[in-house]
Design a protein around this ligand. Structure first.
Ligand SMILES: CSC[C@H]1O[C@H](OP(=O)(O)O)[C@H](O)[C@@H]1O
Length: 351
């Protein structure tokens, strides 16, 4: 069974409220672009592919339930709403990529002389396809990533992995990216164990990945973020595998805060480090990781636990949501739905 974080049926959108997991499984209605923006910004839905899908489907449901007098009205509404959705969270590029593609798709429809009703229908269809295509993309990433991991394991042994943050069914339309690779290894009978970090401060690992591992019967163990180096030294980890929020043209990669230190430690231990990236997360407009905008999140995520302040009053905080892993540390490669690319600067050898 895979968890369904995004439900689309009868032109209505409901999403699993990830702020309540794992204690409550509750779906909320998203009836407008404003609802979609808030759900993304508050992280009721999160994960780069899921952000784009929910953003676009929030537009689809709003369009489906509106009335328009002419094609120009629909087109300018679509363009304006897409610009707004891109502002909900800055680091993951997927919403921006989808907005660029849908903007030019919509403009073309008008140039072809389509009516308001036809444009509405085609835009809705485009958004629905984004949802459908994501699962297919993830399954391909899973297969390619599993084969790439197994290439580093001699003698038909099963894989022992470490993953960070949540990249599974909850972060995508289903199956997942890095967690899709874990799933593919399990399906092939080649997964021995997967360790997941708790992923402070939002705890995507302990709240979401652990929830998915338990729900799907995958052999998993939760560790503190600070146990990662000891784990690599003592538990015979074969590969570290993570998702991405944005990959720059030179393969520098933005992902959840803490990813960079895992890549440094993996390199020290001679463990291949993989990032799983749908091609929609690759931003060729940026030449390097320094150009990727990093989201800073509320200090409350560090100072408070479950609504109760635990940090010393008066302390200053710094809470970047993401960090940049330089291309030379991505020694296993960037796994997309079409290929595995090892950045030319990445070499796997023990420090
Ligand atoms: C499959 S993308 C998952 C991606 O989402 C994370 O960020 P957030 O939970 O803040 O949306 C993260 O960096 C993951 O790798």
């Amino acid at each position: 069974m895979t968890l369904e974080a995004i439900k689309w049926g009868g032109r209505k959108l409901t999403i699993l409220d990830q702020l309540l997991l794992p204690l409550k499984e509750e779906y909320i209605d998203v009836t407008s672009v404003e609802d979609g923006w808030v759900a993304i910004n508050k992280m009721q839905v999160r994960g780069a592919p899921a952000i784009a899908i929910v953003g676009c489907l929030s537009l689809a449901t709003e369009l489906a339930h509106g009335r328009y007098s002419n094609a120009s009205e629909v087109v300018s509404l679509v363009l304006q709403k897409l610009k707004y959705l891109v502002t909900a969270r800055p680091t993951a590029v997927n919403m921006e990529t989808a907005a660029k593609k849908l903007t030019s798709f919509t403009k073309n429809l008008k140039n072809e002389g389509k009516s308001a009703e036809e444009i509405v229908e085609e835009v809705i269809g485009w958004c629905e396809k984004l949802l459908e295509d994501d699962v297919t993309t993830n399954v391909k990433i899973g297969k390619l990533g599993a084969a790439a991991v197994l290439n580093h394991i001699a003698g038909g042994r099963k894989a022992r992995l470490l993953t960070h943050c949540n990249t599974g069914s909850l972060a995508t339309a289903g199956y997942g990216t890095a967690l899709g690779v874990v799933r593919a290894l399990q399906e092939a009978g080649r997964l021995e164990h997967v360790y997941c970090t708790e992923t402070r401060p939002y705890n995507q690992g302990s709240r979401l990945t652990a929830f998915e591992l338990v729900a799907e019967g995958l052999p998993g163990t939760l560790i503190c973020d600070s146990a990662a180096a000891a784990l690599m030294k003592e538990k015979g980890i074969d590969a570290v595998i993570v998702g991405v929020d944005r990959v720059a043209g030179n393969w520098d990669t933005a992902n959840k805060i803490g990813t960079y230190q895992l890549a440094v430690v993996a390199k020290h231990h001679g463990i291949p480090f993989f990032v799983c990236s749908p091609t929609t997360s690759i931003d060729q407009t940026l030449s390097g990781g320094a150009d990727i905008p990093i989201e800073e999140r509320s200090h409350k995520e560090i100072t408070d636990v479950a609504g109760t302040r635990i940090a010393a009053p008066g302390i200053a905080c710094w809470n970047p949501g993401f960090d940049i892993t330089p291309a030379d540390l991505i020694t296993g490669g960037v796994v997309t739905e079409t290929e595995v690319i090892v950045p030319p600067s990445a070499t796997l050898s023990k420090a």
